[in-house]
Design a protein around this ligand. Sequence first.
Ligand code: NAP
Ligand code: ZN
Length: 353
Amino acid sequence: MKGYGMFNVGNHGWLEKEKPTAGPLDAILRPIAVAPCSSDTHVMHGGAGPKENRILGHEAVAQVVEVGNLVRKFKAGDTVVVPCCTPDWDEVSLQKKGSNNAHDSELMKSFKLVSSMDGVFAEYFKINHADANLVLLPEGVSVDAALMSVDMMSTGFYGVEMADVQFGDTVVVFGIGPVGLMAVAGARLRGAGRIIAIGTRPNCVELAKEYGATDIVSYKEGDIVEQILAMEGKVDCVIIAGGNAGSMNQALSITKPNGTIANVNFYDATESFQIPVLLWGLGMSDIKIRGGFCPGGAYRIEKMLSLIKNDRVHPEKLLNYKFEGFDKIKDAFILMDEKPRDLIKPVVHINWD
Ligand code: NAP
Ligand code: ZN
């Protein structure tokens, strides 16, 4: 079968692979909609270390082709929403703690697609622990909205959860790409008061306002720390969904004592944080710094889909470049890599008939 991926760091194209086979708990799926992610391009450029001959893609809505003999909830022909993070639910450490980093043994072990196995830009792909990871596409939820729930919404909302946004809090969101935009929408749902969003792309700025940003700050028009301190003083919560390693010190400079900084940005393995102790209140500030990645599994994604079904959030608005046909995955991936200024998020719809 064919899949779009990386031959090695920096080189991408169509790969030929064996069709995957299902173990007892697995499902084999055919994608009907996929979306390239900034993280796919990041991995392709070596941001997660060396990788060879790996099919990319971790955001999909798909059709079930075949299930293992222990899978109870799904059958061939079902349309399912595929979380980008698919934990091994039989691991005790994970049962105790949650759905992403809770495998004590290995950082981000639940992020299997692309990371440790072939991704969804393929004619067929495999999902482990199908009963605990997949969700039937609910009636009343569009394929596009469901597709945006599995990573963009789950990650952006996790930033909001880690930041512990409370009613009336002032929140700063670094970055208004698709992840930051979902963090803005999530902060509004959690009852934030002022939401200051940082970014410059005009259509992202428009969508940020629509999703709930009360103010926009441009990092291209002067120091963002000075701008935010002048307009608000220090804030309760900062969510970092864009920027660079320097963003952490900027976040510390604008966060109140007892406040929280939540990072979902994916740094390059070569970057480092150098934090002057004064910024962290000589170690006495009680500013919490958290960082995490997209929670997955069926329970999490059902919650995201419930918000969509009940009209609380409209993540399909992120999709502003639409492609039709499996072969167009290449164009969509290159577009994501090149990131023209008007791109928010591309989608590829695939009809196998
Ligand atoms: P994106 O589309 O590239 O958006 C990045 C945003 O950051 C843009 O709004 C950009 O502004 C802004 N930005 C750039 N430089 C900045 C600076 N110096 N200070 C403040 N803002 C700055 O990215 P995305 O697709 O939304 O993804 C955001 C990050 O999340 C990426 O690192 C991605 O790999 C990561 N991610 C993490 C997870 C996870 O599980 N933790 C999941 C998915 C993605 P402009 O408007 O000027 O472009
Ligand atoms: Zn992603």
